[in-house]
Design a protein. Sequence first.
Lengths: 213, 750
Amino acid sequence: MKKSIFLFLAAFSFTAAFSQSEKYTAAMKKNLALFDSAKTAASYTAMANTFERIGDAEKTQWAPYYYAALALSSVGWMPETSDKDANAEKMLAFCTKAEALAPDNAAKSEIETVRNMASTQQMMVNPQARWATYGKAAGEALQKAMTLNANNPRAYYLQGMSLMGTPAAFGGGKDKAKPVFEKAIELYKAEKPATLYPDWGKKQAEEALAQCQ
Amino acid sequence: MKNSRKIVLLGLLIALTSNIFSQTVIKGKVLSKKQPLPGISITLKDTYDGTTTDSLGTFKFTTTEKGEFTLTITGIGFAPFEQKVTLPSNQPIVLEINLKEDVTELNAVILSAGTFEAGDKKRAAVMSSIDIATTAGSNADISAALKTLPGTQQVGEQEGLFVRGGTGYETKQYIDGNLVNNPYATSVPDIATRGRFSPFLFKGTVFSTGGYSALYGQALSSVLLLESIDLPEKSEVDASFSPIILGLGTQQLAKNKKSSYGFSYNYVNVGLYFAAIKQTPDYFKMPQFHSGDANFRIKTKNGGMLKYYTTFSYSNLGLRRPDIDSSYLKDAFSLNNTNWYNNLSYKGNLSKGWKMTLGASFSTNLDKIQQQVQDAADQPKQFASNVYWMNNKNFTLHNLQNLYLGRAVFEKKIKGLSAWRFGSEYWRMDYRPTFNNAVYKLIDNYSALFTEASIYLSKDLAAQIGTRFEHSSIINKSDIAPRVSLAYKTGKKAQVSLAYGIFYQKPEATQLYAGTNVGFTKAIHYIASYQKTDNDRNFRTEVYYKKYRDLIKQVPVSSSYTTYNNSGDGYAKGVDVFFRDKKTVKNLDYWVSYSYIDTKRNYNNFPDLLQPNFAANHNVSIVTKRFFTEMKSGFNLTYSWASGRPYYNILADVNNKYYIADQGKAKTYNNLSFSAEWIPSLGKENPKSFIVLFASVNNILGANNVYGYNYSYNGNFKEPVTPTSKRFYFIGCFISWGVDRTQDAINNNL
């Protein structure tokens, strides 16, 4: 009898553990679905807060912190966001937490793409004065993302966006961006992301490519 | 046994049901300074439960957790807040939370009265490092670029920064905290020499026009604080070509980006240039400068930085001008200079929020100066002893100046940005001049202790209180110099600042040779400033009042012997205005500086309080820069204007009393300068070489500027002091071949 109770308890604790992972996946999926409907800075901030809570509670998952940073990147792109520096610093803090927990190079590559966006947003505050520092950091993050995972379509999409925003005299322009977007779309089509790994950017890349035509 | 199983199951059932039914509501409002805060994260620590405040700062969520929990409330720009809660609770938990704003370098008020910063990362910066090089008229000379800022004078006949009624020697330069003894090439009569250090050596420049920190001393007016760059961004080889300069150098960055070393050599010869552009003086020895430098920089394990920089230079020149007391005689001046400068510094983190900065420096400077009165055939001319005013023009001076220096500063972070600093420094000056075979010796052991606290009461209000104790052995005097500054933020981008301080400076070596029975000279500064900073616009204005005390006065004893005492005094008061704008006209960057000064001092041989001959009442500078990306070129124009400066002929009467034999006001100063750079490799992907072509003209319009007048011995003749030629032209090509280590570093870190 004692044995059966023991087994019962063992089974119970196993289900508990299993349901914990189920609970995590379910919570992540539920909140990831919100990415499509979020439109305002307030809704993205709320999402970032939710992902941060999940990350803090889980303690071993990289994805919640990655998505918290990604949600804040949407806040950072909004023109009305007043303190882009503070927002970017917070993104970078999430990236550092995510990187410490990232299980593979694919995850690390995704984190670098967010770092690229954080530095780009800080550079945009005052491009002339900050080009040499933040612009350089953004470029380095992108290079690192590509080195970690040469097939990360988001790295190419972001490179394309950066080229599109750079004056032709500085080596940018639509002509330069076009082949990069094409490469990004090719990689998006071949992409098979693992569970809870990011898959965003295909639509944006297609729209950007259309602008280059 | 059966019973026990029932109990276990019952227990489980109770546990499960209570989980389902005991929900707790947690709700409330988050505020800061009575304003609701949206977007604040409310988290029940270590659970998924929580929410974000809405636009009214309110929040509400439910939780089924049980036990003691911590509720954390966090938001960007605010200090986190924690609250203990016991769950479950039958009643909703209602909270009103007041968050305190974080005090960060990005949002806090800046202790800035009297200070102009140049740097790429500094928020308060008014110029960036590259701005110094691209300011037309500066030709990449730091001091020349700083003369476009308010508070400075357009003094062209001697080197140095003349700040707010102070002389050139009342501004001191520091590199990484260490005093620089000979920051400029040795003086040549009536010619301003350039600074020894290139602006590209530094990542940050702080130019204080008054009220500076207790960490620095021995400058009555102003300090220029230069912070050398840490590690270079990449390994490269640099070369410069110009009709005047040839240079070659390299910087090598280690693969792990943790250390670097570099060296360079420059040779300047103005012979070709002077052959093409006529100069007023007759150069019998064409100015030549050899200079070499070397450095290493090491990033230590705990995030510290060790830096060493040394530069050695050797120069030679000789020039002849007509003698003012004769129709055919000439004064031939020759100078031979050897200078060796060494600077070692270490900045590191200790445990528990302590930081340490250590510095050591050694410099030696030897000037061999000779002046000769020559006849029409350029042969030396001797005079009878009763014609002493002519005899005095024949002299030789070998001036050896050594400085040994050590400095240590400790800093403890208190809370937020608040910090406490203290430290000490020691300078040993060892001067051994030989004047006409008479040997002199001057040794001073100067030591200082200083402490300073920066206190941020909130992000809007900060104070800095410091004091400095100094002792100079040669005059055997000590002093205590208190410094206070306050800053208050009046709006998101606007602030007011106040500063007060007492500043001491020991007499100049030339005065100490005559006797050491003198004391420190003294200045008291009062400054009030207002500034408004935006990314693309920066406006600031300051009013100041400065009181001078114990200035050194000459007391003639006979026609050939003068003593000195501290009976001088004076004042300076004025307004400085600065406005920089990169926004109004697209792609055009400009700044305007205006200063008004009312100053008088009674010092040196002045018989009374007089407006000094280096001070113009009004100074205006307009600096414009425009870069055309399509052309990969930038064009820069600088216009400087100053009202006329007074000049005097001061003589001693038969009773050895000074009187003004003649005086007047020089005409206004005008200078329009132009420079352009062309960067053909700009925007190329991974260019192997980076090329900059640079050209400049100073005083394009050829204004006849007069800095003052020299008088003949009898006072019957005066001659204007003018630049050695109306215009100055420069053309040069700078190339660097770089090896970008970024990819290496990434690969190594994977």
